[in-house]
Structure formats: C-alpha cells, structure tokens
Design a protein around this ligand. Structure first.
Ligand SMILES: [Zn+2]
Length: 406
C-alpha cells in the first residue's frame, strides 16, 4: 500500500474510533528493520512505519524482500550498509500500533547498543585439550560435506531442497552421535514461523543446564528459480565448519561443564528469520547462553592471504578480543578487523535477544567473495586451508568456553 493511502486508511479508522491495532500484515507482507542506506539502495516499494537516524521500520511484500537482498549484496562490494531484519513475528506478537511504531523501532535497536559494551573476562586454560582435538580434524571430510551441500539445486528457505538440507544435517549429527556412542546429544528443529518451510537445526551436546556455548552458521541460500544456487561459500563454508567442529568434539572422549550448541539457521538470507525464531525459542525455554559465535563465510581467502578477520561492529568487544587471543594462541595466523554493518548475519539476532556474540569472517568486508548469491558461488574459489583455520578457531572457542571436565 502506498504511504499516502495507508495514512488515509489509518485516519479513517481513527475517525471510526476503532481500537488501537497493529498494522495488519498479510501473508505476503513483511515488517522490516533496515539501515536507511540499504532501503535507499533497494529501489523497491515500501511503506514507512517509523524512522530514526540511520534506520527505518517499513513493510514490504516478497518482491521487496528480494530487492533488499539484492541491495545488501550490492553493498557488499562497497560500503558496509549491512543487512535487514524481518521483524514480522515480533511486530505481530506485541501490541504496537502504527501510532507508536517509532517506540517499537527504538526498543528494537536498543539491545544492540548496550550489548556491544564489555561484559566479561576470558582466559586460555585448556591448550592440551584443544590440541588433542586439532589432531583429529578431518578437512577432507569437511570438503566432502560441502560437495554434498552444493549439489542441492538450492537450500532456499521456502523450497523442498531447503528442507532436505536441514534433514541432511540432522542425519549427519544423529549418525555421529551413534557412531561415537554419545548419549548426551539432542537434535531438534525450530520452525521458521509460518512463512518459511525450512526449520533451523539445533544440536545440544551435554546434559548440563549451565549457560551454553553457541556455534552456528546459516544453511540456506537464495532460491534457484532463475539459476542454481550452490552457496558454497555463503554459507556452505560456515555450515561445514560448524559440522566439522561438532564431529571433532563428539569424536573425543571429552565432557564439558557447559553444554555446546551447534546450530544451523534457516532463512538468514530473508532477514535473519530462522535465527530470530531460534533465539525466541531459547528465551521461551529460559535456556541460558554464555557466548555465541557466528560463522558466515569461512572459505574465500582474498589473494590467498591467510589472515583471519574479525567483525568489529554490532558485536561484543570483549568476546571479539577473546577471539583474537584464541587465534594468536591456537590458529597462529594474522588477525585483522573489518566492519560489515547492521544485522549482517545471525549473530545480530542473538545480540537482539540480549546475548553476547562475535563473528569472524573470511576476508575484509570489501574483499569478501563477490560470487555469493549467484550460480558462481562454487567450491573451486574456496581454500580448504582457510576453512580449516576457522574450524580450529571454533574448536578452541568451544573447548575454552565450555570447559572440559575430567
Ligand atoms: Zn551468509
């Protein structure tokens, strides 16, 4: 609905003294929070509900979502505008109305600000255990898994392939748990609202109810309606990085003080929808979380440089500093910092939910893989050595923060 018509409709309704209501959102409409620069670049139709410096709350239809995705992709080659968040579910489950939409926007943006502040101190305590796991890493198995994932025509959140990819991941972990005689592995799915059919896959390792250590990546790609979407780098690389981390840890004889959650999110590309539902599910079940790491693109090494990059905006500074310490201690590659803008991956959903998160990345934001979101996001552009370095970082993160118990 064009903006003018919407306001006309709203004032008509207020004349009729209809009680305050949330703007009705039909199946094809999405309520979105996005940086102004992204909206400006998307050239799509939208209805403005509220705005504040740098950000806006808007509604778009499904083609508007596609245009936002395209604008995000274009921005990846230039300024770090970041991504957008589909907040349809949050909007519908609260009682905000068009009148106080700006309050909704302000409330939504608030946690990101406070959680970027320092919170905790971390140390290096388990070098022996970390190295024990390093000795068992199997890069070839990771490469084979990536071959399987890229053989799906797509892993789109609203396709049967997307659902098959989620099922495949569940089967992999269930098989590992059986093979390694682990009886403390729970695999479950979290539905991605009513619009997307692909669920997120959550694995809880360990029976402890201590705050958990979360390591995740998104399994979805865009749709293959016009061309195949292998999604090798985005985010097949992160998906198999998480899977190999899980395999290596489950294959050990270690148990931990804190549970480790391995998560594959659905519908990241559509506005962090899967991770939004996962975080809501954690909060609904009162599951405490110690720290979160997001792995979104770990395979492309710009000019074959071995640097490990850390995202420095919209993340927790202390946890990010700890990642640098882990890399220096265990991965032994140069550490560099880059920015990717607002809501550029699923860690933003955790920050939004009040949790501490950080995100390493394959390259500087402006030098990341330009083939993502196309049929050319294929494996031959990726470096298995680079990906393995991110597995090492994830293993060190899991072991040091979950704390092995004898
Ligand atoms: Zn991605």
């Amino acid at each position: 609905m064009p903006q003018k018509k919407l306001f006309a409709a709203l004032s008509l309704l207020s004349l009729l003294s209809i009680p305050a209501f949330a703007i009705p959102v039909t199946v094809n409409e999405h309520v979105i929070i996005a940086p102004q620069c992204l909206i400006k670049n998307s050239h799509g139709d939208y209805t403005l509900l509220a705005s504040q410096p740098g950000f806006a709350l808007i509604t778009v239809n499904s083609s508007g979502i596609e245009q936002l995705i395209e604008a995000k992709h274009q921005a990846e080659h230039g300024n770090p505008c970041g991504g957008f968040v589909d907040v349809t579910h949050a909007w519908q489950s609260t009682h905000f109305t068009a009148k106080n939409a700006s309050q909704f926007l302000q409330n939504y943006l608030q946690p990101a600000k406070s959680l970027m502040q320092n919170k905790a101190s971390y140390s290096i305590r388990y070098p022996q255990q970390v190295k024990q796991i390093f000795d068992t890493l199997n890069p070839q198995a990771m490469w084979n898994n990536l071959t399987t994932l890229t053989n799906f025509n797509d892993r789109y959140a609203n396709s049967d392939n997307g659902v098959r990819a989620a099922n495949w991941l569940q089967t992999q972990v269930a098989t590992m748990a059986k093979d390694f005689h682990r009886d403390d592995v729970t695999v479950y799915t979290v539905a991605t609202g009513s619009y997307y059919k692909q669920p997120s896959v959550v694995v809880k390792f360990g029976n402890s109810s201590e705050p958990g250590v979360v390591i995740g990546g998104h399994m979805d790609t865009l749709s293959s309606t016009f061309s195949k979407k292998p999604g090798a780098d985005d985010d097949g690389s992160g998906t198999v990085t998480v899977l190999e981390t899980a395999r290596a840890i489950l294959s050990s004889n270690m148990h931990f003080k804190r549970p480790i959650y391995f998560i594959w999110y659905a519908a990241e590309e559509e506005g962090l929808v899967g991770s939004g539902h996962v975080v809501t599910d954690f909060k609904k079940k009162n599951i405490p979380v110690h720290a979160v790491m997001q792995l979104d693109m770990t395979g492309y090494a710009y000019k074959n440089q071995p640097d490990i990059w850390l995202i420095k905006d919209y993340v927790n500074k202390d946890l990010t500093g700890y990642l640098e310490q882990l890399i220096n201690t265990y991965v032994k590659q140069p550490v560099k910092y880059t920015q990717c803008g607002y809501a550029c991956s699923d860690h933003a959903s955790w920050t939004q939910g009040g949790f501490v998160s950080a995100m390493p990345s394959e390259s500087a934001f402006e030098n990341s893989n330009h083939s993502i979101h196309t049929s050319q996001d294929t494996m031959e552009k990726l470096s298995l050595t680079h990906m393995t370095d991110y597995v090492k970082l994830a293993v060190a993160f899991a072991i040091e923060l979950a704390e092995p118990v004898v």
